[in-house]
Design a protein around this ligand. Structure first.
Ligand SMILES: NC(=O)c1ccc[n+]([C@@H]2O[C@H](COP(=O)([O-])OP(=O)(O)OC[C@H]3O[C@@H](n4cnc5c(N)ncnc54)[C@H](OP(=O)(O)O)[C@@H]3O)[C@@H](O)[C@H]2O)c1
Length: 181
């Protein structure tokens, strides 16, 4: 925080549901929250079983779970759990790290709305109330990714994008790397 020249962070996330210090890490986060050094604490890459496990001992439920989500990895069961437990869904890999940007279904939809495939996919996330953090090092793409508030996908187009799911991850599976359960 000294390096960031900040006295308070908006949000601090546990990056991975690692077996080592599973509860200790969260207790430390709760302390930072109680001391008002952070405004919110959350987790990342947690599956339902990790969230159930942490709920058995904590006094603050994670505000956010940042998980890999994109049209080839829709994660609907986990998203339903998060919605039911009032944990905000944040999508990393919201553009599948580029993987979904050649998808034919999204391309056909993008042409009809006169938008790019990236804009259509980001809109698909937003219409499900997911927080998005698309990454680009290209200024024109950063502008394009922010320009998604002047159109809305129809329910049938949302369903078409849902239909391309392949349960395909763009990173390691939290159930296989440092499993906690
Ligand atoms: N919690 C975790 O475990 C975790 C893991 C990985 C990443 N993250 C975070 O998630 C955030 C998002 O990064 P990500 O790696 O998941 O990738 P992403 O946002 O899904 O995709 C980034 C890629 O898409 C390209 N791109 C972005 N906008 C585009 C557009 N409009 N048209 C065409 N291509 C476009 C970028 O290329 P250019 O840069 O060349 O434009 C880059 O190659 C980052 O802040 C990262 O730190 C979190």
């Amino acid at each position: 925080m000294k390096k960031l020249e900040l006295s308070q962070l908006d949000l601090l996330l546990v990056h991975w549901p690692s077996e080592a210090h599973f509860f200790d890490t969260w207790r430390a986060f709760e302390r930072l929250y109680d001391e008002k050094l952070v405004r919110a604490i959350g987790v990342s890459n947690f599956q339902i079983e990790h969230l159930e496990k942490i709920a058995t001992k904590v006094h603050i439920i994670p505000a956010v779970n940042q998980i890999g989500i994109h049209p080839y990895l829709t994660q609907y069961p986990l998203k339903k759990y998060l919605n039911d437990h009032h944990i905000a869904v944040e999508a990393w890999s919201s553009l599948g790290r580029g993987d979904v940007l050649k998808d034919e279904t999204s391309e056909e939809i993008a042409k009809r709305y006169n938008k790019s495939i990236a804009q259509v996919i980001l809109r698909w996330h937003l219409q499900q109330a997911a927080i998005i953090i698309p990454k680009s090092s290209t200024p024109s793409r950063i502008e394009q990714n922010a320009d998604i508030y002047d159109f809305s996908l129809s329910e049938s187009d949302m369903k078409k994008i849902d239909g391309v799911n392949k349960d395909r991850r763009r990173g390691p599976d939290p159930d296989e790397v440092y499993p906690t359960i």
